[in-house]
Ligand binder design. Sequence first.
Ligand SMILES: [Zn+2]
Length: 437
Amino acid sequence: MNSFLRLSLGGLLLAGTATVVVPEDASAWSTIGGSLGLTQRDYRIYDNFTDNTCHDNTTAHSNWPEYTEVEMSAWKAGAEWGSRSFGDGTGDGSQNNVGDGGANFNFVWAGNAGNTGGFNGNIISPLGGSSGGVLAYCETPISDGWRIRFYESWTWDDGPDSVPGSRMDFQGVACHELGHALGLGHSTAGGNPTMSAYATGNGVSDRSITSDDQAGIQQGVYGAMSSSMPEITDLQGSLNSGGTLIVVGNNFSTTGNEVWFNNNGTSASGADGDPVKVTGLASTNGGTQISLTIPTSGIEGGSIHVKKSGSGNSTLSEGHPFDLDGGQPGLNTITLSGPTLVFAGGVAILDVSRATPNARVYLLYSLSNTGTTIFGHQFDLGSNWNVLSNTLVDASGVGSYSLNVPNGAAGMTVYMECGSDTGGVITDSNIHQLTVM
Ligand SMILES: [Zn+2]
């Protein structure tokens, strides 16, 4: 495999529909003129890729809920340009953090599209055939949208970590092309920036943007991230359709916030790429919490964003993982914590957090952790479970249990798990193992 493969902007752009601006300072990044407004932040993939190696990463990751394979690769490619870490920043073995843009800019992951869409549909898709050394290209950026095509003459790989040298890394090349979509041209800087015209090796290193790419998006297009940009640090309460979700973070407006969900539509035309917005939301606790009802239709899992009041680029937060209906087995919405060793005859305090606000949360126990179904919901406890206690959590979803440990329990290992039923929606916690001395 050659070390240098040409990446290209689309022919329409090269034909002169946009101007390449080379900055006058010593930086080597460039821009193509224009930027993506808040109505054009969505990005989707038409997964018609024929390479099996685009579809062999079937391992889910909790920071990237509900998507695997080349979809997960595309999602991470855009999230890398985000203002801050996506979720906890994990889930990519080739880089320490996903979300390094540091600018007033965030892409909005919108999942799958059903076809390639038009020039401004904001969809990534495969294209049969080849064009010399060109890997992929971005058509008609910038402000009214874009389309990205990947030549199928290359063998594309969905990762997620290393990629054999005989294949090209989808995520790294997508990160480059999405850099064009957001308004960057090619860079001549050393150090192999993602926006170099040439891929490095098979492109894995291009997944992680460099200081030159950061300078480009910050200084050349969207400005360095404002200290007032909203930030999501956690989701509490319910993740279920119709449930009460609490978005926790910073810099939310007092009133007029919006929470953006991933649209579940796949039509390439129309509004299916646009986020589903819950609008008119007030914040509490000094702009750090927004409580809302999760829509019961039209959305899917993926990511959510907070859009504060106002119209500037700095009013839209980075994306945060949102696992609708806790879709992955083993992902728990309630957190149960406490000591792992207690004395028979003593007292054990267990703490509950991230529960649905003001809900009654039951503490169940079992002597096994083989899993069982209770009221149609999958729990981690074994089938020989019993209710040990219950508590009414507060408006922040926080509560605790004080347990008198019986003398007869000495030497036992007990598994504990929370369960709650709010309006017919059952949520559960992590399993907590307690050994009695
Ligand atoms: Zn390029």
